[in-house]
Design a protein around this ligand. Sequence first.
Ligand code: ADP
Ligand code: MG
Length: 390
Amino acid sequence: MDIHEYQCKELFRHYGVPVPDGNMAFSPDQAASVAEKIGGDRWVVKAQIHAGGRGKAGGVKVVNSCDEVRKITDHLIGSTLVTKQTGAQGKLVNRVLVEKAHNIDKEYYLGLVIDRLTQRITLIASEEGGMDIEEVAEKDPSKIISERVDPAVGLTDFQCRKIVSAINIEPKYFGSAVKLMRKLYRCFRDKDALSAEINPLALIDGERLVALDAKMSFDGNALHRQAEITDLRDLNEEDSKEVDASGHGLNYIALDGNVGCIVNGAGLAMAAMDVIDFYGERPANFLDVGGGASPDKIANAFRIVLEDPNVKVIMLNIFAGINRCDWIAEGIVQAIKDQEINMPIIIRLAGTNVELGWEIMEKSGLKYIRAEKLDDAAQKSVAALRELKS
Ligand code: ADP
Ligand code: MG
């Protein structure tokens, strides 16, 4: 789960990671009043969307008067920002962050990620921070320094100092840089984060290090014990089908192919997607209906898959252990009757009460293509799709 920059900075404040003075605003007037409260004569107005690359796309503006704060906010809110990270469709801006503008002497990069290969939280840093870190990583990887954290020991001062000197932070800032890293690490651990990124970590006004940008992402599977983080969720930023699905206990991820998949179990869903891919077509989604899927759940699964206009064929693959094929079949019958589905539906049932399941399907009189194995189901789905395309 992702959060906005202003929310992340609020979290940083709480943990003592230095950030500029600032606050979020939903309207031009609110933005101007935030600027007044901060004081001074230079502010930055920053579009709040769950994507980076805003600076280069016109989503971060430095201004010199409250009037300009108002104008820029008016321009940004309601506009669609297209950045390197949003995809071509861009993201709608609903709020801005207004903060104090600082004079930047040098921009560094600092991040924490979980390295899945070593199963360790890893600190990443670079002296080439700012807006082009992806380019640095590609062209000059030696400029990216990393340090793995042993979970039994935690992030040590020694490791922090090693990083700080490797990215050529001046020795007089060593102490504050080490403190900042340790606080960031504490925040990361406490909140079950998957990644934390400060880009840029800036040396400002010739005197101190500050997180000018802030980005964190959290483990969705840990949200049940992270009420504070869950409260920060902005559903406007997420795929509406995914939000809808999670409300019905379905695990749905939108993809870009044409074969809509309804499967029980994450492993089987992954396998189903692989086999479709193997036969030369692409899945339109990942969808795990989970164990004990009621007829209602199956009907909702159909509805959500069908909301995607790219779906041309539906492949349903159920291996019932905890599930029961008769329940699944009832759900299918209900869904197909309620929703007038005008596309080929390929069904494979196996496991508990499978005969009963097929019986319900037969009696319903509905049109569908029966498959016996996963491989068979994928081949028939791909064949049906190819026929439609030809
Ligand atoms: P993004 O990563 O989405 O482009 P950032 O928050 O990193 O957005 O902002 C882009 C650039 O704007 C930063 O690299 C920094 O140079 C500048 N900037 C951001 N916040 C401030 C600030 N408070 N004061 C001065 N410059 C800033
Ligand atoms: Mg940035």
